[in-house]
Design a binder for this molecule. Structure first.
Ligand SMILES: Cc1cc2nc3c(=O)[nH]c(=O)nc-3n(C[C@H](O)[C@H](O)[C@H](O)COP(=O)(O)O)c2cc1C
Length: 329
């Protein structure tokens, strides 16, 4: 029988497929569906820094000036009335009580501010790990790369001092020297989750208005994830969670071959339902048996850049091969 067990950030998972943070993991019903479907671990829906701050308003006064986005004030007041913090802590407690799965809490943030004390509460109520989603698109004209990167370092530094549970960091890829940046961040966290899928923007030409792009990924988006997973795997100390575009067992296998420790999935579960989990797991097991692998550890990272014979030439050769080909795929 194929051994799918996976150690992710020191947590023992029955298999390497993790339910990514999404609306599906924001209620106890959703968590139970994920557990029954057979995921290896669950990342809960993120709670937002602004939600946390709004509820500790008595301790940390919230005003228009103290928010990065003043127009969010009304929403935040509504969050506060909603008792989002208490509900989130209850969701962690219930998830731990009603499943045997590792439960990873998720905090969506953009500063190393007052909210970080909340990380300790997440740990107190039993979360097995904490995923930080630092959502800072590099859109400020006056912000240098160094200033932007410092925020990420500050956030992980404060949170790692606050909690003992493993901490992962979900990041985007819009950085000037991505591998170097992630390598230094990777020394401070237990896992990197690559990559954050920033909200897409589109334009409605009839209404001449900006509209949101699709929240769902396309399978082709996985290629960029594979590239950076294979570049980083085996060369940084943190585990790697691949996310975006993993829609099938084949996608999971590719992520593992590139060197991911786990594969996080959201769109596939939205599109095909929770039953899709067993199809993905079966596809992984069938592939392992066909290729003679007994455990995922046997093939994880064998196509990573660290395992290629000539890592420095790897990318250039791929590009040269493509450039001389007359039939682009
Ligand atoms: C409806 C929806 C809600 C999401 N909410 C969150 C969230 O709260 N926090 C977060 O870190 N990621 C969130 N994500 C992103 C997913 O965790 C995941 O990284 C992304 O969808 C790419 O994976 P996929 O291709 O399997 O969908 C959300 C995704 C979707 C589709």
């Amino acid at each position: 029988m194929a051994d799918l067990t996976t150690n992710y950030m020191g947590l023992e998972l029955s298999n390497p497929i993790v339910a990514a943070s999404s609306g599906l993991t924001g209620t106890i019903e959703g968590v139970l569906h994920c557990a029954q479907a057979g995921v290896g671990a669950i990342v809960l829906k993120s709670i937002f820094e602004e939600q946390i701050i709004s509820e500790v308003e008595g301790l940390y006064p919230v005003d228009h000036q103290s928010l990065a986005h003043p127009e969010a004030y009304d929403y935040i007041k509504a969050y506060g009335r909603d008792h989002a913090v208490d509900r989130y802590l209850t969701l962690i407690e219930q998830s731990k009580a009603k499943t045997k799965l590792p439960i990873i809490a998720s905090i969506h943030c953009e500063t190393a501010g007052a909210w970080t004390e909340f990380a300790a509460k997440v740990e107190d109520v039993g979360a097995d790990a904490l995923e930080l989603n630092v959502y800072l698109p590099p859109t400020q004209l006056v912000q240098s790369a160094a200033d932007l990167e410092r925020v990420y370092h500050d956030v992980v530094q404060v949170v790692k001092k606050t909690v003992k549970i493993p901490v992962s960091l979900k990041v985007g890829w819009h950085f000037t020297a991505l591998a170097g940046f992630l390598s230094t961040l990777g020394q401070k966290v237990d896992a990197l989750v690559i990559f954050n899928r920033f909200q897409r923007m589109d334009i409605d030409i009839d209404k001449v208005a900006l509209i949101s792009g699709s929240a769902s990924s396309k399978e082709s988006e996985l290629q960029e994830i594979l590239r950076w997973t294979s570049i980083l795997s085996g060369r940084i100390s943190a585990d790697l969670a691949a996310t975006t575009g993993i829609h099938s067992g084949a996608g999971v296998i590719k992520a593992l071959l590139a060197g991911a420790t786990v594969a996080q999935v959201a769109t596939a579960l939205y599109r095909h339902g929770f039953g899709h989990m067993s199809e993905m797991l079966n596809e992984v097991v069938d592939w392992m048996e066909a290729h003679g692998y007994n455990s995922v550890d046997e093939f994880r990272g064998i196509l990573s850049r660290a395992k290629t014979n000539t890592p420095d030439a790897y990318e250039r050769v791929q590009f040269m091969k493509l450039s001389v080909s007359t039939d682009p795929k």
